[in-house]
Design a protein around this ligand. Structure first.
Ligand code: ZN
Length: 226
């Protein structure tokens, strides 16, 4: 369906929906002499139509822009939702690529007193069994190590977890963890550059380095025992 057809379809749907809502309002909710029981039933129906409105509005891309209402709010000319109001749901197509949000990065040079104030986004999605987590924050002060207050650098970290493997892509480092420490307080793993290790020790690691003619590091492959 083209964008234009989609817009026309939605416009028709909204027209019908708003007519139904007006009908319920005029004939049952705002009318004298309607029995209480019946009025309550139609109040429920009105609420349910309101949910349909929310669902349809998620599909609206506000193609025709916004107009000012008497209450000085800007509402979409098609779906009637107020501009800038945070949406509580996200609608994704079942087929084809899905898109949620856009890439955000740290946006301040300041160090904030708390993590909460430095927070920009922390969101996650479980996608066909894989877990992805996006954590973006500005710099903040942390007293994680009791008396010593340290500055946590501004960072955008994206983590993918799949079958116990965790890959975190940050601004200055990419971490790949095949196993997490089994219990809290256990000894942290050793860490060395490859050139610091002896050849016989290196042989324990099923890692293949990828590089070009100039020995520019292009990535690596880890062979996993199944
Ligand atoms: Zn709209």
């Amino acid at each position: 369906m083209t964008e234009e057809m989609e817009k026309d379809r939605l416009k028709r749907e909204f027209k019908r929906l708003f007519e139904s809502m007006d009908f319920v309002c005029d004939n049952y909710l705002n009318k004298e002499g309607v029995p209480r029981k019946e009025q309550k039933r139609f109040a429920d129906i009105y609420q349910q139509l309101g949910q349909v409105w929310e669902f349809l509005a998620l599909q609206c891309k506000h193609w025709d822009g916004h107009k000012k209402t008497r209450e000085k709010k800007e509402v979409c000319r098609i779906c009637g939702t107020v501009k800038g109001v945070e949406e509580t749901h996200i609608l994704l197509p079942a087929k084809g690529p899905k898109k949620i949000g856009k890439a955000v990065s740290p946006n301040s040079v300041n160090t904030f007193p708390t993590k909460k104030e430095a927070w920009i986004i922390k969101d996650s999605i479980r996608f066909h069994g894989a877990l992805m987590d996006v954590d973006v924050h500005n710099s903040y002060k942390s007293n994680l190590f009791k008396e010593h207050e340290i500055n946590i650098a501004a960072e955008r970290n994206v983590t993918l977890k799949e079958r116990g493997v965790e890959c975190t892509i940050g601004k200055h480092r990419i971490d790949l963890d095949l196993e997490k420490p089994k219990r809290r307080g256990s000894k942290p793993p050793y860490g060395n550059f490859a050139f610091e290790l002896r050849k016989k020790d290196l042989k324990h690691f099923p890692v293949i380095f990828k590089f070009d003619d100039d020995f520019r590091f292009l990535g690596l492959t880890i062979l996993v025992r199944s």
